[in-house]
Design a protein around this ligand. Structure first.
Ligand code: ADP
Ligand code: MG
Length: 561
């Protein structure tokens, strides 16, 4: 008998936690569902917002899937994948972040019964991939192009796209106003790829409608020294000198050790310093510039000097703003004041320092190269403006994508219903188990219209039945949820549009994430990382499934402190 005893093989360190097999997969799926449940209610124009506060007391109110996911501080390794796809959707296309998380979780949820019944995940993965290819083909077939329309028409179409994005946000009430602003800003920057050429400046106070678009650059007045008041605050067609040097009297005697044998020489050192700064200032004036900007400090001496010569100056301008000014006015940032030639000076139609709310703003408008625009946002509380900024960012991304890819699909769940119907039809042509899996994929897509209904307080089952019936008819494809009436309506006609690329990306990313989660059947946690990851991770990985277990210290159902 003893010969049958095998010596025990020790592979992993003591304290290593491994969980594997079906149970592990199911627990991962449950964690993903828990994450999706957090953002679920934010989807759509009637979606709710989330208020998230962290240990430092920062408060964020947001409706944006990516922002919420980022702030949730999720520790569950599988659930983290959903955070990553939300982030990547945000950076790739800028919208559809809630959609992508919901889809991924629903794909997994639909796969769960199969996994529990012992279907090998690889079979599911293969079918899901096939389904996603079919779905994307269908989106491409349905997408309609805005190419070949006049600028005016295009603007209107784009504004409708932006309004759809904004309608689910806090500033949804003013969506037409902001949609127009966003479209103007995006058209102003033209082919420019750098998104930061659209600046968004926030000034709390005032009314949302006091927000305005500057066809150029605007930034908050920088810190200034005495003498600033005497400087002129408005120029027409000024030359603009953009610097990256300090215009300040440096007391080098404090930084360097100087040995003098004769006290009378001391004066010459002081004089030399004055000469250096005066020389610099002289050169600025000689360049012919009327506006001098610098990324570094412009001291009191320089401020007074410029004031005496009717020149405006601003020091410590933020890097980003300075770059925008350079791009807009056609100037180049100078790191030396010697040999400033005319070509490196920028210009604009009007420079002005203006009062906005209780802030003063430096505004450069009518810039020759276009390529920049600045939206100055007004509104009540700080959190409100922050969320407004994020919403505008979504809308800007959407308009840019629509302009670049120029195809749109009907929103409001219409496209999701249509793909779902298409996949069900396709599934029937397939013999074998794959038929079931593709059907499940198709069913999962219905989560978008269902959630839109749930969030708006409509009877989701009833609406889905109506939608399914409509989509089975020849002209049913563009029909989606009508948020206003509680019935179904042609989303195209209602201008509920989404750029095709948002949907394509969402389906791709969600399918990939679902397949990734399905392909993991073992999690190994080595003892060292335990302390770093905290206990929450350990309990979540132990297969405890749904609920707050996927979060660290905060989130659903977890008491803070
Ligand atoms: P995401 O972060 O995924 O973009 P949103 O909260 O912006 O989430 O909601 C987007 C969904 O809401 C899309 O499916 C879109 O079609 C739908 N939607 C937006 N506006 C409307 C509307 N006016 N009527 C119906 N559905 C809408
Ligand atoms: Mg959106």
């Amino acid at each position: 008998m003893a010969s049958m005893l095998q010596p025990q093989i020790i592979l992993l360190k003591e304290g290593t936690d491994t969980s594997q097999g079906k149970a592990q997969l199911v627990s991962n799926i449950n964690a993903c569902t828990a994450v999706a449940d957090v953002v679920r209610t934010t989807l759509g124009p009637r979606g709710m917002d989330k208020l998230i506060h962290d240990d430092k007391g920062n408060i964020t109110i947001s409706n944006d899937g990516a922002t919420i996911m980022k702030l949730l501080d999720i520790v569950h390794p599988a659930a983290k994948i959903l955070v990553d796809i939300a982030k990547s959707q945000d950076s790739e296309v800028g919208d559809g972040t809630t959609t992508v998380v919901l889809l991924a979780a629903e794909f997994l949820n639909e796969a769960k019964p199969f996994v529990e019944d012992g279907v090998h995940p690889q079979n599911l993965i293969r079918s899901y991939r096939t389904a996603s290819y079919l779905a994307i083909d269908r989106i491409k077939q349905l997408a309609s192009s805005i190419e070949g329309k006049s600028l005016e028409e295009k603007k209107e179409l784009l504004a409708n796209c932006a309004a759809t994005t904004l309608s689910s946000k806090l500033i949804g009430g003013e969506k037409e106003f902001f949609a127009k602003m966003v479209v103007d800003a995006v058209i102003a920057i033209g082919d420019e790829d750098r998104l930061n050429m659209i600046g968004i400046k926030k000034v709390s106070g005032g009314n949302m409608r006091d927000s305005f678009l500057v066809n150029g650059v605007a930034f908050k007045k920088t810190f200034s020294y005495a003498g600033f008041e005497q400087q002129p605050k408005k120029f027409l067609n000024p030359k603009i000198l953009i610097l990256n040097i300090e215009l300040e009297l440096k007391s080098e005697k404090e930084n360097a050790e100087i040995r003098l044998s004769d006290p009378s020489q001391y004066q010459s050192i002081v004089d030399a310093e004055w000469n250096i700064i005066y020389d610099k200032l002289d050169k600025c004036v000689q360049s012919g510039a009327k506006v001098v900007l610098s990324r570094l400090a412009i001291g009191d001496l320089a401020t007074q000097y410029f004031a005496d010569r009717d020149i405006f100056c601003a020091g410590r301008v933020a890097e980003e703003d300075l770059q925008r000014v350079a791009a807009a006015t056609g100037g180049t940032v100078q790191t030396s004041i010697n040999d400033v030639i005319d070509e490196v000076l920028g210009t604009c139609e009007c420079f002005e320092e203006k009062q906005v709310g209780n802030e003063r703003f430096n505004i450069f408008s009518g810039c020759p190269s276009g390529r920049t625009a600045t939206i100055v946002l007004r509104g009540g509380a700080d959190q409100f403006i922050e969320e407004a900024e994020r919403s505008l960012h979504d809308a800007i991304m959407i308009v840019r994508r629509a302009l670049k890819n120029s195809t749109v699909v009907p929103g409001g769940g219409a496209i999701d219903m249509e793909i779902s119907r298409y996949l069900r039809d396709k599934a029937r042509e397939i013999a074998g188990r794959s038929q079931f899996f593709i059907n499940s994929y198709a069913k999962a897509l219905e989560v978008i219209p269902r959630q839109l209904c749930d969030n708006a307080g409509f009877d989701a089952t009833d609406m889905l039945n109506k939608l399914r019936q409509k989509h089975s008819t020849a002209e049913g494809a563009p029909y989606g949820v009508d948020i206003n009436s509680g019935g179904i309506a042609d989303s195209y006609a209602k201008f509920v549009w989404e750029p095709a690329v948002v949907k394509i990306n969402a389906i791709n990313a969600a399918t990939e994430a679902a397949c990734l989660v399905l392909s993991v059947d073992e999690t190994v946690k080595n003892p060292k990382s335990e302390s770093a990851q905290g206990d929450a991770a350990a309990s979540a990985m132990g297969g405890r499934g749904r609920g707050g277990a996927a979060f660290r210290g905060r989130g659903r159902g977890m008491r803070r402190r």
